[in-house]
Write a new protein. Structure first.
Length: 88
């Protein structure tokens, strides 16, 4: 039975920091979530959940997502570590 509770976006953490870093890189390339999802072989809502820090992607998904925006995963990770949301 549904509880009616909405997912609350995290205030900080590695998922939030990664999502912010990936979204920023994607927007710089002017690529839509739909295009990333198509090329990364996942659903657009999954990309949205990752960008909002609500789910933690697998390494294979990160690799495909970054390939879709022509960015190295290491570049996104460096930006993640610089994020104000990153708390290790």
């Amino acid at each position: 039975m549904p509880t009616g509770k909405k997912r609350v976006q995290p205030l900080s953490g590695p998922e939030k920091a990664f999502g912010e870093a990936f979204r920023s890189a994607r927007r710089r390339q002017q690529i839509s979530q739909e295009r990333v999802a198509l090329e990364a072989e996942c659903d657009r809502t999954t990309i949205s959940l990752i960008e909002r820090g609500l789910v933690s992607p697998k390494l294979a998904t990160i690799t495909r997502m970054c390939r879709a925006i022509d960015t190295k995963p290491s570049a996104v990770m460096r930006k993640m570590e610089e994020s104000r949301f990153y708390t290790a």
